[in-house]
Design a protein around this ligand. Structure first.
Ligand SMILES: NC(=O)c1ccc[n+]([C@@H]2O[C@H](COP(=O)([O-])OP(=O)(O)OC[C@H]3O[C@@H](n4cnc5c(N)ncnc54)[C@H](OP(=O)(O)O)[C@@H]3O)[C@@H](O)[C@H]2O)c1
Length: 246
């Protein structure tokens, strides 16, 4: 079969041939129709991601959409190594397949699952979010952040605050449902003041895709202006703007 194969450390994916996978007990073979290129896929392909196995060759891609042998259309995640989703066929445990509803096309289903689940799981599982609460999405202009704003609204958020460094992109996030937008301006003190204003009014959950300088200012503002005895659930998901805070 044809696949996007990484042959060795430091090499990019190459369109090549690999024997098609044979499903074992409890596994499904997938005829792939769409595969996602998310940050984790790029990071694993480059060998930098903490979950990279370090074993070669392997097929790029951790999730996608396709047809099982029985014809059912599924979203699948985490194929058995060395197989991946960027190939004609993949193989995955049956429990890691979800039926895709009619009306949702293959490409959209493949593309939204990973970024969408990041905030869905953060809100429902980690933060135990309740309808009516206020959610702040730090880094709301990317794929995952835009979905986080919409998912928070869908789950009944009373107020969603969105941050981003691109003013035009922030306007489009407001159009998606963000009630308040905070531009991530270079002046850290002014940014801290903007955060403090919101924490004084009350913030229940922070979904953070950025870490780095903005998360640092946000945490300081929460400590200074957050209401006494009201716990703020901070869920860090990404570190796009920096791996460290001081
Ligand atoms: N743990 C999980 O399950 C999970 C799942 C999904 C995503 N994630 C992580 O979440 C993060 C976002 O993913 P994504 O799919 O939304 O990526 P994306 O679509 O590429 O979006 C990245 C966003 O980060 C912004 N950004 C980049 N550098 C920045 C900086 N220095 N300061 C402020 N903003 C900056 C970009 O803004 P501009 O538009 O201005 O460039 C863009 O809005 C990644 O770290 C990803 O690995 C984790």
């Amino acid at each position: 079969m044809k696949a996007a194969i990484i042959a060795g450390p430091g090499q990019g994916p190459v369109y090549g041939d690999l024997p098609a996978p044979t499903p074992g007990n409890g596994e499904c073979r997938i005829a792939v129709t769409a595969a996602a290129i998310s940050p984790v896929v790029k990071s694993r392909a480059s060998g930098r991601h903490y979950s990279s196995s370090g074993r070669f060759p392997f097929v790029v891609g951790i999730d996608g959409v396709g047809r099982r042998d029985d014809g059912s259309r599924v979203y699948f995640a985490l194929p058995r190594a060395p197989y991946g989703s960027m190939a004609e066929h993949s193989v995955v445990r049956a429990a890691q397949c979800l039926l895709v509803p009619d009306g949702l096309d293959d490409v959209t289903a493949a593309a939204i699952a990973n970024p969408g689940v990041s905030s869905w799981a953060a809100l429902t599982e980690r933060a135990r979010f309740k309808a009516g609460e206020t959610v702040l999405v730090n880094g709301a202009t990317g794929t995952a952040g835009r979905l986080a704003v919409q998912i928070a609204k869908y789950l009944g958020a009373g107020k969603v605050i969105a941050t981003g460094r691109d003013i035009e992109a922030l306007k489009s996030v407001a159009a998606l449902g963000a009630d308040v937008t905070i531009p991530l301006i270079a002046d850290g003190d002014a940014l801290e003041e903007a955060f403090k204003e919101q924490f004084a009014l009350g913030v229940d959950v922070v979904i953070d895709y950025l870490w780095g300088a903005s998360a640092e200012r946000l945490l300081i503002a929460a400590a200074k202006a957050g209401k006494d005895a009201v716990p703020i659930r901070f869920v860090q998901i990404g570190s796009v703007s920096g791996a460290e805070i001081t």
